[in-house]
Design a protein around this ligand. Structure first.
Ligand code: SF4
Length: 159
């Protein structure tokens, strides 16, 4: 996928899912680092609460994304799909760097406080990046992910 300015996101999955889409949004969203700090504090003395709070953080991050999705495609939000680097083998985690380069890593750090470490992992942890756009038929990354995961949104439908 060639972005405005010429940067290239290399993924067969992106190419296939967004092949009929002329407009996509490249995004980084986060709920910040406060919850993460609290999770770590609680983890020392109350693992159960720490676990619950961590899950609330994951849920909150998903809600932020849902809000963004409706904003991006108010008339067809049910067809707006997202794909994130590193979630499946179909798009490598190292491509996070292209997203940060495209959006401007300094701008991202100043505006939302997210940085990318040397392992291409975002800090704070409760952050997500990716590309979203109209895929005509809603696509969930869970459809190509075999993990046994409590956050699954769609059944595995094969590779
Ligand atoms: S099954 Fe879980 S890990 Fe896999 S894509 Fe879905 S939410 Fe992510």
């Amino acid at each position: 996928m060639i972005l405005e300015g010429g940067k290239i996101l290399s993924s067969k999955l992106l190419a296939e899912k967004f092949k009929c889409t002329h407009e996509v949004a490249v995004y980084i969203v986060t709920i910040g680092s406060d919850l993460e700090k609290r999770v770590a504090e609680l983890g020392v003395r109350d693992l159960y609460r720490s676990f619950i709070l961590d899950n609330i953080g994951t849920y909150a991050l998903r809600q932020v994304f849902e809000y963004m999705r409706k904003d991006f495609g108010p008339n067809n939000s049910e067809r707006i799909s997202k794909i994130s680097p590193g979630v499946s083998t179909y798009w490598g985690i190292e491509q996070q760097k292209i997203i940060f380069d495209f959006l401007g890593k300094e701008k991202v750090r100043e505006s939302v406080g997210v940085i990318l470490n040397e392992h291409y992992v975002m800090v704070p942890k409760k952050s997500v990046s990716g590309v979203m756009g109209d895929t005509i038929n809603l696509f969930h990354e869970c459809q190509i992910c075999e993990k046994n995961c409590e956050y699954r949104k769609a059944p595995f439908s094969g590779k």
